[in-house]
Write a protein that binds this ligand. Structure first.
Ligand code: SF4
Length: 90
C-alpha cells in the first residue's frame, strides 16, 4: 500500500501478536489505532495514524504490559503531522 502522498507504505505502528497477552490497554488508549480480535489479541487498525492518534498510540505503547506495541518515529525530523490532520490546509 502507498499513501496518497506517495510515501512508502511502511507502517509506523506495529504490534507483535506473539508478545501480546490480550490486556486491551491499547484498544482503550487508542481505539482508532488498535482493536482486538476474537481471541483478544491486538489488531492494528491504522498503522500510520495522524498526529492526534499518534499521541494516543504512544500512550498505548506505554501502557501495554507486554511491550508488544512498536512505534517507528519518522526519520525526516518532521513534526509528525504528515498532512493528515488538517494542520496544513493549503
Ligand atoms: S495492550 Fe499490549 S498486551 Fe494488551 S492487547 Fe494491546 S498489545 Fe496486547
Amino acid at each position: 500500500m502507498v499513501s496518497a502522498a506517495g510515501r512508502p507504505a511502511q507502517p509506523r505502528v506495529t504490534a507483535d501478536r506473539e508478545l501480546c497477552i490480550g490486556a486491551a490497554q491499547c484498544a482503550f488508549a487508542a481505539p482508532a489505532v488498535f482493536d482486538q480480535d476474537d481471541d483478544g489479541y491486538v489488531v492494528v487498525l491504522d498503522g500510520d495514524p495522524g498526529s492526534g492518534e499518534w499521541e494516543a498510540a504512544q500512550e498505548a505503547a506505554d501502557l501495554c504490559p507486554a511491550q508488544a506495541i512498536l512505534l517507528a518515529d519518522g526519520a525526516d525530523g518532521a513534526d509528525g503531522a504528515d498532512g493528515m490532520v488538517g494542520m496544513d490546509a493549503g
